[in-house]
Design a protein around this ligand. Structure first.
Ligand SMILES: [Zn+2]
Ligand SMILES: [Zn+2]
Length: 322
C-alpha cells in the first residue's frame, strides 16, 4: 500500500511542479537533435525517436495525458515516416512515466526483436515495452498483493544485469541500469547517434533528488548514476551543447547542468554522511540544515518532495546497514 501511495503521490504532485513550466493542458514538443524529440506536459518528460523505421518512445507520461501524448507523437511522425510505434522503453515504474503504457502499446505494432527484420503482420499485439526486470516486478507485485498497474501496461521485454541495447532507425539505443538510484529498476537511455541521454528521475532540474527508499533507491546510487551520466556526455567546444540531457522532470539540459547538480548532491551527501558518522539523530541533522545554501534553487517546504523529506531519505539511506 505504501508503495502505491508513494507512486501516486509522485505522480499527482509532480504534475503541479511541471505544469507550471509550460502551457496548461497541452504537450509541448521540442526537437532536441538528430532523431530525438522531447515531449513536455505529461508530468514525466518523454523522449521520442523517429526515422524511416518508425517510432520509439521512452516513457509514456500519466494515464490522463496519454491521448494528448499519442496525438503529439502522430504529428511528429507524419512528415517523417508512415511506420508505426514499435518500441516503448520505461526508465522506471512510477506512474508519471508509465501511466500511458497501455494506450501507447495498443497504438503501436510489434516487430520481432530490436535487431531482427520482418514484421509479424498477424501478431499485432502492439508495441513492445522494454525495461529493467525490476520495473515488471514493481508493476506486477508478484508477492501476491493486488497488482498496482493493469497488465496491459506491463513491460513485455525485460533485461537483467547492467545494460541492454536496441538498434532502431540506424541508431544504437543503449539502456544502462544503475543498481540502486532513484529506484532499483532505473534505466538511463542513450541515443548514440543523436547524442541525447534521457535520465528518468535520477536527474531532475526541479527539486532535490527523489530517493524512493521503499523501492530500492539510495543516495549513493544517485551520486554514482549522475557520475555515470557524465561519462556519457561530452560538451561542445564552448562547454555548452554537445550531448543533450533530458531530465525526468524539468527543462532540457546539457553536461554543465548535470555537473552542477552532481556537485550539489555530492556535497549534501558528504555533509549528511559526516553527521551520521558523528552519531547525530535525524532531528539533529535536520536542525543543522545541511542543504541550506542550495534551498533557494531546489528546496521546498510544501508539495511533493520537500527538503525535509529529502534530508530524511538521505539520512536513512546513509544510515542503512550494508
Ligand atoms: Zn517522475
Ligand atoms: Zn520517479
Amino acid at each position: 500500500m505504501r508503495r502505491i501511495c508513494l507512486a501516486l503521490f509522485f505522480c499527482s504532485v509532480m504534475a503541479v511542479s511541471v505544469a507550471s513550466a509550460q502551457q496548461p493542458a497541452g504537450i509541448n514538443v521540442l526537437h532536441v537533435q538528430g532523431n530525438v524529440y522531447m515531449l513536455v506536459g505529461a508530468t514525466g518528460n518523454i523522449a521520442v525517436q523517429v526515422s524511416k523505421d518508425g517510432v520509439l518512445m521512452v516513457d509514456t507520461g500519466t494515464t490522463q495525458m496519454s491521448d494528448q501524448v499519442l496525438a503529439a507523437l502522430k504529428e511528429i511522425a507524419k512528415p517523417i515516416t508512415n511506420k508505426p510505434l514499435q518500441f516503448i522503453i520505461n526508465t522506471h515504474f512510477h506512474p508519471d512515466h508509465t501511466g500511458g503504457n497501455a494506450k501507447a502499446r495498443a497504438f503501436g505494432t510489434t516487430v520481432t526483436g530490436g535487431n531482427v527484420a520482418g514484421d509479424i503482420q498477424d501478431a499485432r499485439e502492439g508495441a513492445a515495452i522494454y525495461s529493467h526486470e525490476n520495473v515488471l516486478k514493481r508493476m506486477s507485485a508478484p508477492s501476491g498483493a493486488q497488482a498496482p498497474t493493469p497488465s496491459g501496461g506491463w513491460p513485455t521485454d525485460t533485461y537483467f544485469g547492467d545494460r541492454q541495447e536496441i538498434f532502431f532507425n540506424d541508431e544504437a539505443v543503449q539502456l544502462f541500469h544503475p543498481k540502486s538510484a532513484h529506484t532499483d529498476g532505473d534505466s538511463i537511455v542513450f541515443f548514440r547517434r543523436s547524442d541525447v541521454v534521457l535520465t528518468g528521475d535520477i536527474f531532475t532540474t526541479t527539486n532535490y533528488p527523489i530517493i524512493d527508499l521503499q523501492n530500492g533507491g539510495s543516495i549513493n546510487g544517485i551520486v554514482d548514476a549522475l557520475n555515470f551520466i557524465l561519462d556519457l556526455t561530452i560538451p561542445a567546444a564552448k562547454q555548452e551543447g554537445g550531448t543533450m540531457v533530458i531530465p525526468g522532470h524539468g527543462r532540457l539540459c546539457d553536461e554543465a547542468d548535470v555537473v552542477e547538480y552532481r556537485d550539489m548532491v555530492t556535497i549534501i551527501r558528504d555533509r549528511i554522511q559526516d553527521m551520521v558518522k558523528k552519531g547525530m539523530t535525524l532531528e539533529q541533522v535536520k536542525a543543522a540544515k545541511p542543504t541550506r545554501d542550495y534551498d533557494p534553487l531546489y528546496g521546498s517546504t510544501s508539495g511533493f518532495w520537500t527538503t525535509d523529506m529529502f534530508v530524511e531519505a538521505a539520512y536513512k539511506s546513509l544510515s542503512a546497514k550494508k
